[in-house]
Write a protein that binds this ligand. Structure first.
Ligand code: IPE
Ligand code: IPE
Ligand code: MG
Length: 232
């Protein structure tokens, strides 16, 4: 954050359990998710967050039942609705997608939607840059960067390597929030998380709102980040 950026990442987890607790199908939990995204994005703007990264679909989520994967491949229904996108655009919030976006398993309609959404919200100087990690895996990102780096002629120093990461346009993560009481990283942004502060909350993602986000940022602001040095 020394350079004035504040990057918060969120592992949005617990949609299925939220639905299960109500006797509803898992899809009902996913269908609620966009309300939490909208509330979180609004809070992020209010908290002065410059970069918000949201984990929407992991490389391993393909292993879910076909019906569930098919729903998650329609992010315009459950993640970012059309009306919300328009309101993001009007508030100068840029949405980008990060992951293996050329994977042939992604239906054409979904790929088109990802492209159009990124184009529609593109901004030279966004107030907030939201990155949606979609068909994303941290190991896959690093493996792909190694491949690109090896193919280039640059010396093998970290900064040169970093340029090849999907997340190269993002500052390192300052704060990671994971909902639903799970205490793991689940192959999220392994490189960028290096000195991130971690906050785990039991709240399930469909119940998560801006107030939970603001509380997490307030807790983060009390933390003493040392990066391997001694306390100041
Ligand atoms: C997070 O909720 C959404 C995605 C991974 C797409 P889950 O669907 O993982 O919900 P739980 O963890 O089963 O409750
Ligand atoms: C992580 O949640 C991925 C996303 C939130 C998109 P999962 O529900 O897939 O993670 P695990 O399987 O519980 O670790
Ligand atoms: Mg889960």
């Amino acid at each position: 954050m020394a350079d004035g950026t504040l990057h918060v990442a969120v592992i949005m987890d617990g949609n299925g359990r939220w639905a299960g607790a109500r006797g509803l199908p898992r899809s009902a939990g996913h269908e609620q998710a966009h309300l939490s995204v909208e509330s979180t994005v609004t809070a992020a703007l209010e908290c002065g967050v410059t970069h918000l990264s949201l984990f929407a679909f992991s490389s391993e989520n393909w292993n879910r039942p076909d019906e569930e994967v098919a729903l998650l491949m329609q992010p315009g229904c459950w993640l970012l609705t059309d009306e919300e996108l328009e309101s993001y655009r009007q508030r100068n919030i840029q949405i980008s997608f990060m992951g293996n976006l050329t994977d042939p398993r992604i239906p054409d309609a979904c790929s088109d939607w990802l492209r159009t959404t990124a184009k529609r919200t593109a901004s030279q100087h966004p107030r907030l840059r939201v990155t949606v990690a979609f068909n994303y895996g941290g190991r896959q990102e690093i493996a792909e960067a190694v491949r690109a780096h090896t193919a280039s002629s640059e010396p093998g120093i970290q900064e040169d390597f970093r340029r090849h990461l999907w997340s190269s346009y993002l500052p390192d993560i300052d704060l990671l929030i994971r909902t639903s009481g799970e205490h793991r990283i689940s192959n999220f942004m392994l490189w960028s998380l290096w000195y991130a502060e971690l906050i785990f909350t039991d709240t399930l993602w469909p119940d998560f709102r801006g107030v939970h986000f603001s509380d997490a940022v307030a807790e983060y602001q009390k933390r003493n980040r040392r990066y391997g040095t001694v306390s100041s």
